[in-house]
Design a protein around this ligand. Structure first.
Ligand code: 9D3
Length: 234
C-alpha cells in the first residue's frame, strides 16, 4: 500500500516515520510513504498556498489551486482502490473501522489542512472523505496524518510480528467494543501495590472472567460512551 501526504511541512514527517513499526514496514517494502510538498504546485515568486477568506474573518485559508493540481498529478484517473482524504477539524471522526477500510486500498492520499482551514471546494469536489482525529484543536493536519498512517500501517499484512496482535484489542469486534483489560508485569508487588491475586494463580477460567469484568469496569469508568448495555440498544 502507498500513502501519499500532501503538506506544506514535508520535513515534519522524517521524525514520526523514521522510527518503529512504520519505518521497519517501509524498509521491508510492505508500504511506501511519499511526502509531497504542496508548494511544488505553486508558480509565483512567493510560492503562495494560502489566501484570505471571502466575507472576512481571521487568518488565512489553504487555496484550492495548488491542492487540486497536486492531487490530480499524484493520482490521475483515480480508481476506487485509491482514496483522497482531507484532514480537517471539521471532518467525520476517524475510527478503527475507517482504518480497516483504508488498509484495503492501493493508495491513500492525505491532504494536511493548515492555517484557519481550507477552501471548502477541496472538501466538496476533490476529497472523497473529510476526517478529524478527535474533538480537540490542532494547528494543522500533519500530526493527524501521522496518526492515520500509523493506525492503517499496523493493519497491513506482515507489518506486526504476530498476526493476532492487531485483532484482539480495544475497538475490534473481538473485544465486544470494550477497552483492553488492565495488565500487569513483574514484580507482583511494587511500592506496596499488589497485582490482583487471581492473575498470579493458574486458573485460566477465573482469569478470563476477571479480565472480562475488569474490561467492563474500566470502560464504564473511562469511556461510558462506549458501553452499550445488553437489551438497551441491541
Ligand atoms: C476558527 C476556528 N478554527 C480554530 C479554532 C478552526 C480550526 C481550523 C484549523 C481548527 C483547527 C484547524 C487545524 N486543524 C487541523 O487541520 C486538523 C485537526 C484538528 O484540529 N483536530 C482534529 N483533527 C484534525 S485533522 C486536521
Amino acid at each position: 500500500m502507498r500513502f501519499q501526504i500532501v503538506t506544506i511541512f514535508p520535513e515534519f514527517f522524517s521524525g514520526p516515520f523514521g522510527h518503529g513499526v512504520v519505518a521497519r514496514a517501509q524498509a521491508e517494502g510492505r508500504l511506501e510513504i511519499c511526502i509531497r510538498d504542496l508548494r511544488h504546485w505553486t508558480y509565483d515568486r512567493h510560492r503562495t498556498v494560502d489566501d484570505r477568506p471571502f466575507g472576512g474573518g481571521e487568518g488565512m485559508l489553504l487555496k484550492p489551486q495548488p491542492v487540486f493540481e497536486a492531487v490530480e498529478a499524484i493520482l490521475p484517473n483515480r480508481t476506487n482502490r485509491q482514496k483522497v482524504v482531507l484532514l480537517s477539524a471539521q471532518g467525520r471522526r476517524f475510527t478503527q473501522s475507517a482504518a480497516r477500510r483504508y488498509a484495503e486500498l492501493d493508495d491513500l492520499l492525505l491532504i494536511c489542512g493548515r492555517y484557519e482551514g481550507v477552501d471548502e471546494r477541496i472538501a466538496e469536489y476533490l476529497a472523497d472523505e473529510e476526517i478529524s482525529v478527535g474533538d480537540f484543536v490542532l494547528s494543522g493536519g500533519e500530526l493527524a496524518a501521522c496518526m492515520v498512517v500509523d493506525c492503517v500501517a499496523r493493519l497491513l499484512p506482515g507489518v506486526l510480528g504476530n498476526a493476532d496482535s492487531s485483532r484482539n484489542e480495544s475497538f475490534s469486534e473481538e473485544n465486544d467494543g470494550l477497552l483492553d483489560c488492565p495488565q500487569y508485569t513483574r514484580p507482583a508487588e511494587f511500592r506496596g501495590w499488589k497485582v490482583p491475586a487471581v492473575l498470579l494463580g493458574g486458573n485460566h477460567e477465573e482469569i478470563k472472567r476477571w479480565r472480562r469484568a475488569a474490561s467492563r469496569e474500566k470502560t464504564e469508568r473511562c469511556r461510558p460512551d462506549l458501553t452499550v448495555r445488553r437489551g438497551e440498544a441491541e
